[in-house]
Design a binder for this molecule. Structure first.
Ligand SMILES: [Zn+2]
Length: 125
């Protein structure tokens, strides 16, 4: 049995399936972003000063949480796009940090991961 005719590659991942997965994720992120954007435009809650101090604080906290979420969405979108680019370049599943294959279990959870757990955690340190 010649190894070259094996239907799956060494990692067992199907590039087409992963591509679909990443594109679906991008669409989902875009939908979340536009929903977030529309929510920020809605003039439903005019800011009323001079009521209770507690209200104002809550409003600011809410606004902060909202912008952080938008930033996270953007970051995630970048990561997914990077994953798609790698898929096209044929380097998908290779860690950017140590150039070793990213464990399949990690890619199952995080299909757009570009670094293995070790490199990712040393990056965030
Ligand atoms: Zn690594």
């Amino acid at each position: 049995m010649p190894e070259t005719t094996s239907p799956t590659d060494a990692t067992g991942s199907d590039p087409q399936r992963i591509g679909q997965l990443l594109r679906a994720k991008l669409e989902q992120l875009a939908a979340e972003e536009s929903a977030l954007f529309e929510a920020s435009l809605e003039p439903t809650a005019p800011v009323q000063y001079g009521k209770r101090a507690g209200d104002h604080v809550a409003e600011s906290a809410d606004r902060l949480a909202r912008s952080r979420t938008a930033g996270e969405l953007e970051k995630l979108e970048e990561e997914v796009r990077a994953g798609l680019a790698k898929l096209e370049a044929g380097t998908y599943g290779i860690c950017e940090g140590c150039q070793r294959p990213i464990p399949e279990a990690r890619l199952e959870v995080l299909a757009w991961a570009t670094r293995c757990v070790d490199c990712q955690s040393s990056l965030r340190r």
